[in-house]
Each structure stands twice: as C-alpha cells, then as structure tokens.
Write a protein that binds this ligand. Sequence first.
Ligand SMILES: Cc1ncc(C[n+]2csc(CCOP(=O)(O)OP(=O)(O)O)c2C)c(N)n1
Ligand code: SF4
Ligand SMILES: [Mg+2]
Length: 318
Amino acid sequence: MSGSDCSLLDCGAPEADRVLDVGDYAGGAARWCPGCGDHSVLSSVQRLLADERLAPERTMFVSGIGCSSRFPHYMRTYGFHGLHGRALPVATGVKLERPDLDVFVVMGDGDCCSIGAGHWIHATRYNMDLTVLLLDNAIYGLTKDQTSPTTPQGFATKTQPRGSWLPPLNPLTVALGVSNVSFVAQTAEWVPAHLYETLKRAYHHKGFAFVRILQRCPVWTPTIFQKAVKDATTVEVLVHDDGVPAAELGRSFPNRVVHDPRDLDGARRLAEVTDRIRLGLFYVNPDAPRYEETRALPVHTVGERMRVLDAELDRHAV
Ligand SMILES: Cc1ncc(C[n+]2csc(CCOP(=O)(O)OP(=O)(O)O)c2C)c(N)n1
Ligand code: SF4
Ligand SMILES: [Mg+2]
C-alpha cells in the first residue's frame, strides 16, 4: 500500500498484488518511555507482518491493560484493547468466530501471570491457534511499580519496599506443566535477530504459541536484565534444526545448548534453571489437538457426538 491511497479496509488492488511494507502496519505513534523494550517488540512484529504479507484487515491484536497492552493502538490492523487479565478470553472468542483471522495476543506479566493466570492455563490447554506474546518486565509498569508474579525475589518495589518476599513464578515451567501445551519459547527484546526469528516460528505454529519476551523497563526495573544485556556469555541459546534459527546471532552468543524441542522432559529441565537466561524454543508439539478443530467436528447425532467425545477422552486417559 506504500505510496498509494489504499486504506486499511478498502484497498482497490487485488490482495495478491498488494505491496505492503513495514510502515503500512504502523498505527499511532508509540507512547512508551524512551528505551522501553516494548518498542523493539513492536518493530519486530511489524516487520514480521510485512514479511509474511498479512492482510491488515484479517489480522487482529488483542491485549489486556498495561503499558504493553497499548500494543494494538500502534498496529494498523484490527485490535481490541480489553480488560486487565482478560486478553485471552477475548482472543479465544475472536478466533472461534473468525478462524480465518490471524490473532495475536499481547499481555504483560501482571496481565498474564497474575490476574489472568486462570485464563492463561486454560487457554494453553485449549491450544487454539493464537500467537501469544508475554512482555515480561517483571513489574506492574503502567500502575507504577508494584511487585508482579515475576519480580525477582528481594527486588524492592512500591508495594514491597523491603524486597519481593517470594521466589518469582517461572512462566516457562508453568506453561510447560499444562496438559496439551503445544509451543513454549523464550526470547529477549534486546536480541532483535532472535526476537524476530522466535516470533516467526511462533506465528507459523498451528496452535497456542506462547512466547515469553524478556522486556526491559528502564523506569521501574532498570537493573534486572542488565547483566544479560551487557554480558552475552551469561545467556544460553537453545539450538536445533527444529528450533529457532540462531545462526544470525553469530559469535556474539557463544553459549549454545542443543535441545530437541519435541522433548518435553528436557524442556522442563532447561526451563527450571534460574541462574542464567536461556533463549530459544523449549517445546513444540504440532500434533496437539486444537479446540477449534475438536469442537468443529462434523458430527450431527447425539450418538455420533458421544462416540467422538469418548474417543477424545480416551486419547487423554493414562
Ligand atoms: C481488573 C483490574 N485490576 C487492576 C487494574 C489496574 N492495573 C492496570 S495495568 C496493571 C498492571 C500492569 O502490569 P503488567 O500486566 O505487567 O503490564 P505492564 O504495564 O508492565 O506492561 C494493573 C494492576 C485494572 N486496570 N483492572
Ligand atoms: S513504565 Fe516501563 S514498561 Fe511502561 S512504558 Fe515506561 S519503560 Fe515501558
Ligand atoms: Mg509488567
């Protein structure tokens, strides 16, 4: 659409002939603080949409409430800036009614791991075809410095000025512990090549593609990723032919761990480690059943429905 008068919804050109570039996916000017990691995620997502030639009118961004949840405003696609913690139920409804849409979900750590945790667990199990981004800055950013479930133990905030009392929740091990989990990856917004490849791998996964993105908040948690940003040797990159391509990271990230992302037990072991940061695809199962498909089975009679239900339950029986 660049250089033409095409609007989001009324482009005269046939879809196949449209030429879209990154700028065509840019919405309003982002109002995040200078240096906020959300800017980097936005750039990567816009680039992904341009590279994948996604039709803006068939692409949807759903968010909750938080700094990160302003994301849909900055995309020139459809969007739904919802309620704190409720991005996933909205996205589930959208995808059920409009399976033809590409649906992206953007949540903060408070959004996803605190108030929205119940939705997160069940949405993981439902495994609907959504690309789900957790922008984890380990703090409630928008509401100005409250401890979140992922705040490191001992880190002082306005709500826990003597330091967070508890060890943080680990979003990776939580996601990997949910039955029917189908895709779990971790990346960091300050490693744009890895961020982009991870988003791309997640977008192409058919199912609930959960990506935890480590995100700097220079205002409230300026120190927590400092070591990893300054010293790449404290980071380990998961590598595998079926994983997130990491060749572009070149020599800057020398520490590599070969990990087959089909290995769930291995993924759980790798995700448990908290003394260093690991980036890559922890787990993928492209065959996990998706709710939109199991729900849409072409059955009509009660007997047929019972048989399908029995077969589905038997599949999960130990
Ligand atoms: C039901 C409800 N509870 C609380 C709030 C207040 N609130 C808005 S955003 C937010 C936390 C945001 O933190 P996070 O989800 O981590 O996003 P960030 O701002 O860090 O990107 C809270 C507690 C709200 N808007 N609605
Ligand atoms: S408060 Fe933190 S998370 Fe929010 S926009 Fe500013 S830097 Fe980003
Ligand atoms: Mg946050």
